[in-house]
Design a protein around this ligand. Structure first.
Ligand code: GAR
Length: 196
């Protein structure tokens, strides 16, 4: 059984998909805890499933380094096999990444390497792209640059709004992240091999 810890910043719809999947006793992973960088609305999903939560807010620390150390301490307390960034919107410092690598994965609402960064959906629309999608990748020291584990395309319909397109992508992400976690748990995806 793969033990996972999920970090979020927002509504947590992908977290909810993982909580529902892990609630099935036949699913090969379980969620130990959910952390956030703010009192995110998505933490309520964890509470509904009886999963412990923690919040480590950057504004309460003197430096980004101290914040990330405290975040890492909270993660280590739960000792997960895998950390999933599911809409975690802070860039993590290298010491945090190297402490968990390669067992740290992120989901991103574009077909990386296209449209990295915090506004992937807006950027895809602004570029006039016909297609975008969802990516799950191993986190490395860069921003949205680590080895890609899985991707799925989403067509961009003419006139679609940023909110509508992001919802379409999130619907795809919810399936993709559950599939990727299952594949890691079943040994079909080997993160150490994929990281090299
Ligand atoms: C998801 O689309 C995820 O890919 C994105 O935030 C959303 C979170 O949605 N993450 C990033 O943009 C990271 N760069 P959710 O809170 O409803 O799961």
């Amino acid at each position: 059984m793969l033990s996972i810890l999920v970090l979020i910043s927002g509504s947590g719809s992908n977290l909810k998909a993982l909580l529902e999947a892990c609630d099935n006793p036949l699913f090969p992973a379980k969620i130990l805890a959910v952390g956030a960088d703010n009192p995110a609305p998505g933490l309520a999903h964890a509470e509904q499933f009886g999963v412990p939560t923690f919040v480590v807010e950057p504004g309460l620390f003197e430096s980004r380094g101290e914040w990330s150390e405290m975040l890492l301490e909270n993660v280590r307390y739960h000792n997960p096999d895998l950390v999933v960034l599911a809409g975690f919107m802070k860039v993590l410092p290298e010491n945090f990444v190297s402490a968990l690598s390669p067992n740290l994965i992120n989901m991103h609402p574009s077909l990386l390497p296209a449209f990295p960064g915090a506004h992937a959906v807006r950027d895809a629309l602004a570029a006039g792209a016909n297609t975008t999608g969802a990516t799950v990748h191993i986190v490395d020291a860069g921003v949205d640059t680590g080895p890609v584990l899985a991707q799925r395309e989403v067509a961009i319909a003419a006139g679609v709004s940023e909110t509508e397109l992001h919802e379409q992508i999130k619907a795809v992400e919810r399936t993709l992240i559950v599939e990727v976690v299952a594949e890691i748990a079943e040994g079909k995806l080997n993160l150490s091999e994929r990281a090299n």
